[in-house]
Design a protein around this ligand. Sequence first.
Ligand SMILES: Cc1ncc(COP(=O)(O)O)c(C=O)c1O
Length: 457
Amino acid sequence: MSTQTRFLLNETDIPKYWYNINADMPVPPTPVLHPQTLEPVTPDFLNVLFPMELILQEVSAERYIEIPEPVREVYKLWRPTPLIRARRLEQALGTPAHIYYKNEGVSPVGSHKPNTAVAQAYFNKISGTHALTTETGAGQWGSALAMACNFFGLNLEVYMVKVSYHQKPYRRILMESFGAQVFASPTDRTNYGRSVLEANGNNPGSLGIAISEAVEVAATSNGAKKYSLGSVLGFVLLHQTVIGEESLKQMDMAGEYPDVVIGCVGGGSNFAGISYPFIRQNLKEGRKTRIVAVEPTATPSLTKGVYAFDYGDTAKMAPIVKMHTLGHDFVPPPIHAGGLRYHGMAPSLCALYDAGYVQAVAVHQLPTFEAALQFTRAEGIIPAPESAHAIRVAIDEALDAKAKGEKRIILFNLSGNGYFDMTAYQAYMNGQLEDYEYPAEAVKAAMAKLPKVTLPA
Ligand SMILES: Cc1ncc(COP(=O)(O)O)c(C=O)c1O
């Protein structure tokens, strides 16, 4: 029997195409609406924020979209990423299950985020953009875009959620090392930030507020700056599908096929990245892989949120989309998985979940860190707290397989490493973290503020 642990592809195996699930969606798309008129958005409106090439990708129905050579050139710095069989974790759990993980934490900045950051910087560059604005939660996205902007000669302003800005100073320094300017959001640089600070000078910030600030700066720059988003949008998910395409080949090298594919979800991009190519195989090739999204109980957009049209940001400047939402003015509890604190979720993923093609589980913070350390002690890698949510459920699957005496093939996405998240691990080991369940009443109250959308029959 093979004892191979790492399944490695060559540089020439870096995918040449991204997979666009729009071509295979088993449910009809829902429109993207203008935040003021509530009418479907026009390319002109989106073009204030994004270059036309990305807008065309957002609405494309082509199954495969070619990855430009300059993007593949940068991908070569870390792609293809390894697929690892977690043999030591399997042994520690005493499970008959086989556990595989795709290690996106090997990218230069430590997560899956550069897969789209590099693509977005490139398409902006060739469209004549000189500067980008963005938000960041834990700082993984900001670091990825800072690296990408540095490679393509673009300036970058990052609005970083204030609580993370203070919890994770090294991420800010990393962004600044690439030449980006980083501000703790809410700031006094934007109308929206000032209004938030007037209401509460101690507002800890949220992704929704930071998005509003970054969007405001780009939208009021008379075309001097465009905006870049690290998740949720269709083209972001598209760029992440290199993860799943590589995994399909690597599972083939291992001579196995996953019974279950697991990923954590913030806005849905790393999850879509690993799972959409496997969903394609379910839809087109009759495979029966279970696809499981994992979110924190503190920000349960899929498991407790309502499937409705809502604003993408707190100030109602970003487009309205149909998604599972906790309400656009959601201010999350300061849990340590900063990248999972968004109020909504990618529309294509929500549609797939709503129609039963994807399952969702919410997990508490303490068992998540327990799983993270179990993984670290077996496999030697400190996972990002976000990725640890996927690890929790992968371990639970492996233990369930053990209880049932089943050989189960489990694949999860290790979306990032956690070497900049040591304060979170320290807090956990010092017993300072608490579990938190977002109250159903708060979701109910937020629903009163949803936009009143009526679609033509
Ligand atoms: C390591 C890591 N994993 C997951 C996420 C969640 O984002 P998404 O759902 O878009 O993958 C983030 C977001 O910052 C992250 O940094």
